[in-house]
Design a protein around this ligand. Structure first.
Ligand code: 5GP
Ligand code: MN
Length: 337
């Protein structure tokens, strides 16, 4: 996105538009934070805007300013589809391939609206008229901040926008510790605090939301943790039965994959979570250093993401998926050893 793109977008946003903002399927803190922040900003500019998520998001996000206005595509596909048809502009945030919006992708492909992408994942697709892609960015929320900055509108950032943006930067950087966290990230965070983000309250509202059953489920995850020292790898499995017996709710397994990565000497961690409803094993992968889990999930598990954090899926059984995973490791022995 260069200066002439910004000029054109500024021109485009001079008159009221009908705008839809879309996060990826199974939206996380960065996806919900960035889309809602942009929604608040566009509303201040006088546009009619709404966030339309492909599906449900975790309950620890159900307090973010504006969250109650989010439409869910899978709750009423017909109404959602006609809204998509009426849109002038569709922003897609925190993903870069329409398939990442699940079956909403087919409807988006048919839309006549102009697309604007803001995203920090690797290998972006080229469906958008304006693509703001930067894989070095900590989060899409940081990019929305820079987007507003490029439009010369930082003074329009309200406490609500600041709160939304803070959440996504915090969750995508593991609370400001991952490699993507730069001095500029901290400068942005400082400004967001100055503009009304209550950092301590946000941390508490996002992270101190454990239920007893989630902690028990974490106990099961810890029990199932396996380590393969020769490949500096750790992995966790959770079966549908284990989820069911712990009153599993969306978001309950968030962060579990990092348990493996916290082991001394481990540089590659995985979690395999059975989803009988979707007939898949959902996979989350994390790494430290040079080993690219983006490439790993792209090559073996129909996924993608970032260099050190990615996800994918498998249509095999839980056991067979783990077998496949273990059988692949020797291919990477040079990087993993
Ligand atoms: P998580 O493991 O937290 O679900 O996702 C880690 C990162 O990988 C996120 O940036 C997420 O967007 C991405 N990701 C997760 N699952 C998939 C997937 O199935 N396909 C692709 N392309 N990216 C994924
Ligand atoms: Mn993100």
């Amino acid at each position: 996105m260069d200066t002439s793109d910004i000029k054109e977008i500024k021109e485009l946003l001079k008159t009221p538009k009908n705008i839809i903002i879309v996060p990826h399927k199974n939206p996380d803190g960065d996806a919900i934070g960035s889309t809602l922040a942009l929604h608040h900003y566009l509303t201040i500019l006088g546009h009619t805007s709404c966030v339309m998520a492909p599906n449900e998001y975790p309950s620890f996000l159900k307090w973010i300013p504006g969250e109650k206005t989010i439409l869910k595509y899978d709750a009423d596909k017909e109404q959602a589809s006609s809204k998509i048809k009426e849109a002038d502009i569709i922003f897609t945030l925190d993903f870069n391939h329409l398939s990442r919006s699940g079956d909403m992708g087919a409807v988006l492909t048919q839309a006549t609206a102009m697309f604007i992408m803001i995203d920090h994942h690797q290998q972006p697709d080229d469906y958008a008229t304006y693509t703001y892609s930067d894989t070095s960015m900590s989060s899409t929320c940081q990019m929305v901040y820079h987007f507003i900055e490029k439009l010369n509108d930082l003074e329009k950032i309200s406490p609500e926008i600041a709160t939304c943006l803070y959440i996504g930067i915090m969750t995508d950087t593991g609370s400001f510790r991952f490699r993507s966290t730069t001095s500029i990230t901290h400068t942005v965070i400082a400004d967001l605090i100055d503009k009304g983000a209550d950092n301590t309250a946000i941390h508490e509202k996002i992270y101190d939301t454990n239920t007893y059953s989630r902690l028990q489920l974490q106990g099961v995850a810890l029990k199932n943790l396996k380590v393969i020292p020769e490949y500096k790898t750790a992995y966790i499995t959770l079966s549908q039965k284990e989820l069911d017996s712990h009153n599993f709710k969306k978001g309950d397994t968030e962060g579990f994959v990092n348990i493996g990565l916290s082991l001394k000497g481990v540089i590659f961690a995985a979690i395999f979570i059975e989803n009988r409803g979707e007939k898949i094993i959902k996979i989350s992968l994390r790494s430290k250093g040079d080993f690219s889990v983006n490439e790993f999930s792209r090559n073996h598990f129909e996924g993608g993401g970032h260099h050190n954090a990615s996800g994918g899926k498998s249509n095999l059984s839980l056991e067979k998926t783990v077998e496949k995973f273990i059988s692949i490791l020797p291919t990477y022995k040079n990087v993993l050893n």
